[in-house]
Design a protein around this ligand. Structure first.
Ligand SMILES: C[S@@+](CC[C@H](N)C(=O)[O-])C[C@H]1O[C@@H](n2cnc3c(N)ncnc32)[C@H](O)[C@@H]1O
Length: 354
């Protein structure tokens, strides 16, 4: 059924009348619309100059599995239940425009644009808006996203970061047990590691995830521009999501990599708990960050400095390896190990095999 009514209409729903199909109705309302919902179990909607379109309920959708376009493992940020594709477009980079995904449980729909799939919980909100801590918002700005791979990231060598190629080689060592599986490049930024993971051909699917739309745009553009990015190896999906609410089914991911990001996360413990939830038993977590120890440990007022910085910026300052080990253990990860170079640290831990 597909009906269109124009003009002033008054709809009165009585208890029990609102059903699944009513909920799927789509209202296209012009500006200056007023809507009054009475709470006495009768809902009344007054629409002035409105177009009312009732649509066919969405056809039941099958959960997408490996090999059919990449929805495998993607889950609703609200329910964590599997997402199903309701459009034919594959979910790989460069093909996400027009991609529609729907949660079979709560029916929330998620859409793809030219660069990525937007799977944040607040997706679709019109009136509601929220700001994340500074350390997250900072990377959402176009200028920082643009500069990130054009000099900013390179400056990390001064604090001991060995550089992307070397960091990638080090990470590969930790990832040996899960080669051939899928990997999430969490907080991928402009996608330096996403591209290295994809080009290596060592993983069945690379999911690049970040909260910043502008970083994801950079990531998309670098992939498009990359000369020796194998066109036949496009099993890369770009996803916008909050690290504290990962849009993946529990125990569906073989590896999570997070380069230079732990200290930027609003709550490292919630984030690592999420990583732990989505990893399969035996799955590997590899991350790099800074540890402010050595001479810094002797700074008077370090504790106060740390608390103030964390309070203002929303970023975390780690002061020992034991702190990171404790974080991983507290979130259910085992076998912690790390490599240091100056302030740089690469850590790895895995989800206990059942
Ligand atoms: C320093 S960059 C690291 C980029 C890249 N992984 C690398 O190794 O260079 C930190 C990244 O964390 C992302 N980020 C910050 N808060 C986040 C959040 N709440 N959820 C997901 N990503 C977040 C930022 O958008 C940014 O891209």
């Amino acid at each position: 059924m597909n009906s269109v009514i124009t003009g002033n209409i008054r709809l009165t729903f009585f208890p029990g009348q609102l059903n699944k199909n009513s909920a799927l109705c789509l209202f296209r309302v012009r500006p200056f619309t007023t809507a009054v919902f009475r709470r006495n179990l009768t809902s009344e909607i007054r629409v002035f100059s409105a177009t009312f379109v009732e649509t066919e309920p969405t056809a039941p959708v099958a959960v997408d599995k490996e090999g059919s376009g990449g929805a495998s493992g993607l889950a609703c940020s609200i329910c964590y239940d599997p997402l199903a594709r309701i459009s034919d477009s594959p979910l790989y980079v460069g093909a996400t425009v027009g991609s529609n995904l729907q949660c079979n449980t709560c029916k929330k729909t998620y859409f793809g644009n030219q660069t990525h799939l937007d799977l944040v919980a607040s997706r679709g909100s019109k009136q509601y808006d929220e700001s994340m801590p500074l350390a997250t918002e900072f990377f959402r700005t176009p200028v920082i996203s643009f500069l990130y791979e054009r000099g900013w990231r390179q400056s990390f060598v001064f604090s001991g970061f060995p550089g992307p190629e070397k960091e990638f080689d080090m990470a590969k060592n930790y990832l040996k047990p899960v080669l051939g599986g899928n990997i999430v490049d969490a907080s991928c930024g402009s996608g330096m590691f996403t591209r290295l993971f994809a080009k290596s051909g060592l993983f069945s699917h690379v999911i690049a995830l970040d909260y910043s739309e502008n970083m994801l745009r950079q990531c998309y553009e670098f992939i498009e521009e990359e000369e020796n990015f194998p066109k036949e190896y496009k099993k890369v999906t770009l996803v916008r999501a909050d690290i504290s609410r990962l849009p993946f089914e529990s125990s569906s991911i073989d590896a999570v990599h997070a380069g230079a990001a732990l200290h930027c996360w609003p709550s490292p413990s919630i984030a690592v708990a999420e990583v732990s939830r989505v990893l399969r038993p035996g799955g590997v977590f590899v991350a790099t960050t800074y540890i402010l120890d050595g001479p810094f440990a002797f700074l008077p007022f370090l504790r106060t400095f740390r608390e103030n910085i964390m309070g203002i910026s929303g970023s975390q300052i780690f002061v020992s390896e034991r702190e990171l080990e404790d974080l991983c253990r507290g979130c259910g990860l085992v076998g912690f190990t790390c490599i240091r170079n100056g302030l740089f640290v690469m850590i790895s831990a895995r989800k206990r095999s059942s």
